[in-house]
Design a binder for this molecule. Structure first.
Ligand SMILES: [Zn+2]
Length: 258
C-alpha cells in the first residue's frame, strides 16, 4: 500500500530546529529521505494540490483560486483527471480524503466531512480536524488499499494567524503524535512493502517576507502573521521514484502502480 499524507503548509523551518520534540518526524528523517522541495511555481494551495495529483502544471490545469466569479470552484469545473480517477478505472483500490484543491476539500471513495468547511479557524476546529483525519486514515489503513491519500489542513491556518508564536510548535507536536499513531504504532512502516510520501504544498514565512502574498493582511479573523514560502517539506520512505516538483507525486504514483 502507498500512503500519501499531505500536510498543508508544513515547513522544515519549524521541524528541523525542533526534532528533539518531534519524535515521529525525527524517526521519519532517519528512516526515509528528507528533502526540501523548492517550488518553481506560485506557492498557492489550490494550484499546487491540483498539480500534485493530476500531474499537470498550472499552465495546463489553470486552477489557482478557490473562488472564481464570486463563487466557489467545483471539482467538475477543473478539466483534469486525478490520479484516483485514473487508477480506479484501471481497477486499483484507491481512496482520497480532505484534499484541499477546492473548498470544501475533496474526497474520493470516502465519506468524509471536512471540519469548518475545510477552513478550520480556531483551536477547537484544529483539534477536531487532527482527530477526524487521523481516525479516518486509521480505519482506511485496515482496508488494504493500493493507494490512500489524506491531507491535514490545520497547520496552514495555524501559521497564517500565529506564525512566530510558541503555539505553532505545539500544533506540530500534536500532529507529530498523530503521525506516530498512524505510521509507527499501527505497524504501517514495519511492513517493508508499504511506501510513504509526506509532503506539503508550500512552506511558511513571516507575512512581509513572502515573495507572493496569498491572502490580504487583514482578514475577518484578525491580522495575518505568516504567508506561504516556496520551500515545501518532503519525506519519502521506500519510494523508488524521485520527487522534485509537486507534479512528480502523480508520476511517481503512476510508476509505482502502473
Ligand atoms: Zn497550502
Amino acid at each position: 500500500m502507498i500512503l500519501v499524507l499531505g500536510i498543508d503548509a508544513a515547513t522544515w523551518e519549524v521541524v528541523t530546529p525542533n526534532l528533539d520534540g518531534l519524535p515521529s518526524f525525527r524517526k521519519l528523517t532517519e528512516l526515509g529521505q528528507a528533502e526540501v522541495m523548492v517550488l518553481q511555481e506560485k506557492p498557492v494551495s489550490p494550484s499546487i494540490w491540483c498539480g500534485m495529483f493530476s500531474g499537470k502544471t498550472f499552465e495546463e490545469h489553470r486552477h489557482d483560486s478557490f473562488v472564481r466569479n464570486g463563487r466557489l470552484v467545483r471539482r467538475e469545473e477543473i478539466e483534469v483527471e486525478f490520479i484516483w480517477d485514473i487508477l480506479a478505472r484501471e481497477g486499483r483500490r484507491v481512496k482520497a480524503l480532505n484534499v484541499p484543491f477546492v473548498v470544501p476539500p475533496y474526497s474520493y471513495g470516502v465519506d468524509f466531512k471536512p471540519v469548518g468547511f475545510g477552513l478550520p479557524t480556531n483551536e477547537k476546529e484544529w483539534q477536531e480536524e487532527l482527530e477526524r483525519v487521523t481516525e479516518k486514515v486509521k480505519e482506511l489503513l485496515g482496508e488494504k488499499l493500493d493507494l490512500l491519500i489524506a491531507v491535514y489542513t490545520l497547520l496552514d491556518r495555524v501559521q497564517h494567524f500565529h506564525w512566530g508564536e510558541e503555539c505553532v510548535l505545539e500544533w506540530y507536536q500534536k500532529l507529530d503524535q498523530k503521525l506516530g499513531e498512524l505510521l509507527f504504532a499501527s505497524g504501517f512502516l514495519g511492513d517493508k512493502q508499504n511506501k510513504l510520501i509526506i509532503i506539503s504544498d508550500h512552506g511558511f514565512c513571516s507575512f512581509g517576507e513572502a515573495k507572493v502574498q496569498t491572502l490580504p493582511l487583514k482578514s475577518e479573523e484578525g491580522e495575518l502573521k505568516g504567508d506561504h514560502h516556496e520551500n515545501a517539506l518532503l519525506i519519502t520512505v521506500n519510494l523508488d521514484h524521485p520527487i522534485k516538483r509537486p507534479q512528480d507525486v502523480f508520476f511517481a504514483l503512476r510508476k509505482e502502480l502502473g
